[in-house]
Ligand binder design. Structure first.
Ligand code: VGL
Ligand code: ZN
Length: 347
């Protein structure tokens, strides 16, 4: 990171930055259009944080973004192209609309039947409560969602239900007597279903499926229930594992014009990870809150973070959220991903 001051301060967006003023400020040679170099200077002013540090945007990323907004391909961004860039890209980066998704902060994962302290990483899920509550206390999110793992009693993921269904020929374990906790099997069906087996947990309307009593619950928040189909598990709060049914979370977010999604909760490498990946593929700028998550397996937690980063999401601690929500800490990864998404939408 280097420190330099741009000609336009996006931190004072509402008072000093009109589209016209911005275009003029970056059109250094006053030819009525922006070339790649002028656009690069704009990017430097855009991708900065509250400490005045500029984030590095790779040259290829800058070129990719430039090409996306140079829709007629003449190597300049003219006024008309800039209008589109301003409304769909710059405005989102400087004035994001933010939602927080609080994933499965339920008794069973913290102190019940699937207490993750007993899982390989031996993490204590209770530790997510304080940082999540603190975020809810200090930050005005535009929308708040709580997801519930919400299983019927005969759910396919419960080890003690393994005898309710036939194992498929391709199952790594074919004898139901031999199947153990956390094993992965394949159940018969069209198509066959791959399933990891967990202790009975989060059964609908039981104490185990309630949110932890110390979790702050905002009245106006929206609740998302998943894993309700007995035959299909659902790690992500967007889609079940077979992508058969969506929970309406994506449409709820779009209805509210949400651009940025902050994901936290339990379990980091299972439901939180699956939700973050689906958030990215659904076109939301996605931020994973590292200190607000606890998980099952350390290696899988590492893989989750790497997958999110590889797909242009960001992984941060919760102390960075305030400035990001306020548009005062603007990450190039999220800007790059948004540009790619806009290109996809244009076809
Ligand atoms: C979860 C295992 C089984 C989770 C749900 O919420 O991460 N993990 N069902
Ligand atoms: Zn479950």
């Amino acid at each position: 990171m280097s420190s330099s001051t741009g000609p336009i301060d996006f931190a004072n967006f509402d008072t000093t930055c009109t589209m016209e003023a911005c275009f003029t400020a970056f059109d250094k040679n006053c030819d009525g259009k922006l070339d790649l170099q002028e656009f690069g200077i704009l990017c430097q002013a855009l991708f900065r944080n509250n400490k005045g540090e500029t984030y590095e945007l790779q040259d290829y990323e800058q070129r990719d973004i430039f090409k996306i907004f140079d829709s007629n391909g003449d190597d300049f961004i003219d006024k008309e192209e800039f209008t589109y860039c301003w409304n769909n890209w710059i405005k989102v980066i400087v004035r994001p609309i933010s939602a927080i998704l609080i994933i499965d902060v339920q008794n069973d994962f913290i102190c019940g039947t699937l207490d993750i302290r007993k899982c390989p990483a031996k993490q204590n899920a209770e530790e997510v409560l304080q940082p999540i509550n603190s975020l809810l206390d200090t930050i005005e999110f535009d929308a708040i969602f709580y997801s519930y793992d919400w299983h019927p009693s005969d759910h396919v993921s419960f080890l003690d239900n393994v005898n309710l269904r036939k194992l498929h020929d391709t199952s790594p374990i074919k004898n139901p007597e031999k199947v153990q906790m956390y094993d992965t099997v394949v159940f018969d069906g069209v198509p066959p279903v791959t399933q990891r087996l967990w202790p009975r947990h989060c059964v609908q309307n039981t104490w185990g499926s309630e949110l932890h009593k110390d979790l702050k619950v905002i009245d106006s928040a929206i609740k998302i229930y998943k894993g309700t189909n007995p035959e299909v598990d659902s790690y992500s709060a967007f889609w079940d594992n077979s992508k058969l049914t969506d929970t309406k979370l994506a449409s709820q977010l779009r209805m509210r014009n949400i651009t940025d999604v902050y994901v936290c909760g339990i379990a980091y490498d299972v439901c939180v990870g699956a939700t973050a990946i689906d958030a990215i593929s659904s076109g939301f700028r996605t931020i994973l809150l590292d200190d607000c998550c606890r998980g099952v397996d350390l290696l899988d937690i590492e893989k989750t973070k790497n997958t999110v980063k590889k797909n242009h999401g960001v992984v941060v601690n919760s102390d960075r959220v305030k400035n990001m929500v306020d548009g005062n800490d603007r990450r190039p990864e999220l800007g790059y991903k948004l540009a790619l998404h806009l290109k996809e939408r244009q076809g």
